[in-house]
Design a protein around this ligand. Structure first.
Ligand code: MN
Length: 266
């Protein structure tokens, strides 16, 4: 199994180092990751400045771009082959509920998924890398378990059959004895983010700092928040169709009158 590994915290982050070492025991792993912290960059691509790829002493390649840039250039020419699996992480902090919209960790995995490669985003639910070794072993266990599915997808995609999958995985920061098994869960929801933080710069201008993510609003049973609070590793299969299917009919009816008008705009 050939794995492309990326992240959003940067190639020197402990999370990608630990995941690389764990995955190397079960797969051929190549790292292409951002040079600097690119958390909350979602699926952003760099279009108006050039990207450079350098190789670190440990063999990791790093890019002066976003997580999606890294996976994009890896899959469109840098690697020279199609990996069987794109893995992202382990992120420093949760990517649950609405976090997934902003997450660069998810963005890197999603870029693989968009190119037809099965992909997994791994995050620890708390910042600070506590019990990172446990999380890395848990990630390896899951990747190893999914290897047959990855191989089946590679075969099927060669014959033009079914599409790839995208998993969002959040791991509680617990010692091995307290870490429970896996729970497949839907995304919960968060409250709106904390208020913006203002400070005065040394030059007398007001500086605005984006506030922290809000606390959980929907953490009911069946959500990623609930599962990880209970000590489980949450696994959410993601899709990227943002269409509000439930309101298609409402909007079609609402817009019918306007759509029926001919001629001049009003
Ligand atoms: Mn991050």
């Amino acid at each position: 199994m050939k794995i492309l590994l990326s992240n959003d915290d940067g190639y020197q982050a402990p999370g990608i180092q630990a995941l690389y070492e764990a995955l190397c025991e079960v797969a051929e792993v190549e790292v292409v990751a951002p040079e600097h912290n690119n958390s909350a960059k979602s699926n952003a691509l760099t279009l108006h400045s050039p990207l450079y790829v350098h190789r670190a002493a440990n063999g990791f390649r790093y890019v002066n771009g976003t997580p999606a840039d890294c996976v994009h250039i890896a899959l469109t020419g840098l690697l020279g082959y199609v990996p069987d699996l794109v893995v992202s992480g382990i992120n420093n902090g949760a990517n649950m509920g609405d976090d997934t919209i902003y997450s660069g960790t998810v963005g890197a995995a999603m870029e693989g998924y968009l190119f037809g490669v099965p992909a997994i985003a791994f995050s620890q639910t708390e910042k600070g890398w506590h019990h990172l070794d446990v999380a890395a072993r848990k990630a390896r266990e899951l990747v190893t378990y999914l290897a047959p599915s990855v191989a089946a997808h590679a075969q099927a995609s060669n014959s033009g059959q079914h599409g790839p999958w995208l998993l969002n995985v959040n791991m509680p920061c617990l010692p091995e004895a307290e870490m429970r098994s896996y729970k497949v869960a839907r995304l919960g929801r968060r409250h709106a983010a904390e208020p913006v933080i203002t400070q005065v710069s040394p030059r007398g201008e007001t500086m605005y700092w984006i506030g922290a993510a809000g606390p959980a609003k929907d953490d009911a049973e069946g959500t990623d928040f609930h599962a990880t609070h209970q000590g489980y590793v949450s696994i959410t299969p993601l899709q990227i169709d943002l269409t509000d299917h439930g309101r298609l009919a409402y909007w079609a009816q609402s817009m019918a009158q306007l759509s029926g008008r001919e001629g001049t705009f009003r």
